[in-house]
Design a protein around this ligand. Structure first.
Ligand code: ADP
Ligand code: MG
Length: 364
C-alpha cells in the first residue's frame, strides 16, 4: 500500500557514537592512536552458520594480521562444531537426542558457558527469552519447510515442552548428576542456542584475534558484530550499519562503537505472510506465537553474548517493558527498537531508543 493519510511522516536517519566497552577501550584507543597510522589491515569473508562471516584485523604487519583472521576463523569453527543444532554430530545435538531419557551428556566449557548465560537471561526475563523455545519455532515452520499457523490445540500441547527450568546442569548447579554435564528433563524438549551463540562466537573470535597479535579488529557474523581496539583509518570508532527493516539491503544509519558488540534481531531474517500478516521466527514463548509490532531491535553492549541475547529478549518484550528490563539487567547497554511502520517507510515515531547511550543517538 503506497498511499498514506494525513501529513507525510518524516523519513528517519540514525546516527550514534556509543561506548561499548567504555574506559578500557578508550584508553586502548589513545595508547594506540600514534601507531594506528602504520597498521596493516587484512580482511576475509567466509560462509558459516548459514551466514557470511566478515573479519578484519589491524596489526603491525601483514603476517600478524593474516594470522589473527585465521585465529578468528578457527574460533568460529570451534563454536559452530560445539553448538550448532543443524549439524547432528555436535554435543548440543546429542543433548537434544537424549532429551527425557535420563542420560547426562558431558559438555565443553564453551557450551556450558553459553547455556548458563541463556538460563540466566531466561530467568531474568521471566521466559520472554527461552532457549527451549525450539518446539514452537518448529511448529511455526521455521526449521525448514513451509511456514504455517499451528492450531491453538497444538500450541497448547507444545507449551509443556517449552521451559528453561527443564534444562538441568549437573554438579549441583541446578541438579544432581555429574559436573560438566547436562540433560533435558522432558522427551521432546530442545535446547536451541540460536539467539545467543552467534554473539558468543563473535566474542571468542575477536579475543582470539587479540591473542594472535592484532591491535584492533572486527568480526561480523551476519548482524552480530564484535570489535576491539582502534578503528581503521584513525576513526573515532568502528562504524556499524543499522539496517532498514523495510528494505534490509539498505542501512538506516550507523552506530560508531569503540569496543564491544552490536547485535540485531529482525523480523525479515525468517518469516512468512498469511493474509497480509507477517509471522517471524522470533517467538514469544509466553504466548507460543511470533512477537508482533516490532520490525527490528539493535543492541550495543560490552559483551557479544549479552548483546545477542538482549536483541532477542527486547524484540519479544517491546520498547515499553524492554526499557525497564534494560535499566535493571543491562544498565551499560543501549537498545534501538524499530516498530513495524504503518506505511512503507520508517518514520521518526517508529524509532525508540533507550539505555546507557540513548542520549547519543540522533534520529533525523
Ligand atoms: P537472527 O535474527 O540473527 O536469526 P536472533 O538472535 O534474533 O537471530 O535469534 C533467532 C533465533 O532464536 C530463532 O531462529 C530461534 O531459533 C530462536 N528464538 C526465537 N524466539 C526466541 C526466544 N523468545 N528466546 C530464545 N530464542 C528464541
Ligand atoms: Mg539474538
Amino acid at each position: 500500500m503506497a498511499g498514506r493519510m494525513g501529513a507525510p511522516r518524516p523519513r528517519c536517519r540514525l546516527a550514534a557514537a556509543l561506548p561499548g566497552q567504555l574506559a578500557v577501550a578508550a584508553l586502548l584507543t589513545m595508547v594506540n592512536a600514534a601507531a594506528a597510522q602504520e597498521l596493516v589491515r587484512f580482511d576475509r569473508a567466509w560462509p558459516v552458520m548459514g551466514t557470511l562471516v566478515q573479519a578484519t584485523a589491524l596489526a603491525p604487519d601483514t603476517a600478524t594480521a593474516r594470522a589473527a583472521v585465521g585465529a578468528a576463523h578457527d574460533a568460529i569453527t570451534l563454536a559452530d562444531s560445539l553448538m550448532s543444532t543443524w549439524n547432528p554430530g555436535t554435543e548440543l545435538s546429542r543433548l537434544n537426542d537424549a532429551a527425557g531419557d535420563g542420560r547426562w551428556i558431558a559438555l565443553s566449557p564453551e557450551s556450558l558457558e553459553v547455556i548458563r548465560a541463556a538460563i540466566a537471561w531466561a530467568e531474568r526475563s521471566d521466559g520472554a527469552f527461552d532457549p527451549t523455545v525450539g518446539p514452537l519455532v518448529r511448529a511455526w515452520g521455521f526449521h525448514g519447510g513451509a511456514g504455517r499457523v499451528p492450531p491453538e490445540l497444538e500450541l497448547d500441547s507444545l507449551a509443556a515442552l517449552v521451559g528453561w527450568r527443564g534444562v538441568e546442569l549437573g554438579g549441583g548447579e541446578t541438579s544432581g548428576g555429574p559436573a560438566g554435564a547436562a540433560r533435558l528433563a522432558g522427551a521432546g524438549m530442545e535446547l536451541d542456542l540460536g539467539a545467543i551463540a552467534k554473539g558468543y562466537a563473535a566474542d571468542l573470535a575477536v579475543n582470539a584475534m587479540a591473542r594472535a597479535g592484532a591491535v584492533g579488529g572486527m568480526v561480523d557474523l551476519g548482524g552480530q558484530v564484535s570489535v576491539f581496539g582502534p578503528a581503521p583509518d584513525g576513526g573515532a570508532g568502528w562504524p556499524i550499519g543499522v539496517r532498514d527493516p523495510t528494505n534490509p539491503k539498505e542501512i538506516l544509519g550507523r552506530v560508531t562503537v569503540d569496543g564491544g558488540s552490536v547485535a540485531t534481531s529482525g523480523d525479515y531474517e525468517r518469516f512468512f505472510e498469511v493474509d497480509g500478516r507477517r509471522y517471524s521466527h522470533l517467538i514469544d514463548p509466553r504466548s507460543g506465537r511470533p512477537a508482533e509490532g516490532i520490525a527490528q531491535v539493535t543492541v550495543v553492549a560490552p559483551s557479544g553474548m549479552d548483546a545477542d541475547a538482549l536483541s532477542t529478549t527486547l524484540f519479544v518484550l517491546g520498547p515499553e517493558e524492554g526499557a525497564a528490563f534494560l535499566e535493571r539487567w543491562a544498565p551499560d547497554a543501549t537498545a534501538i527498537w524499530i516498530r513495524t511502520p504503518e506505511g512503507d517507510e520508517i518514520g521518526e515515531g517508529d524509532v525508540v531508543v533507550s539505555g546507557a547511550g540513548a542520549g547519543m543517538v540522533d534520529i533525523e
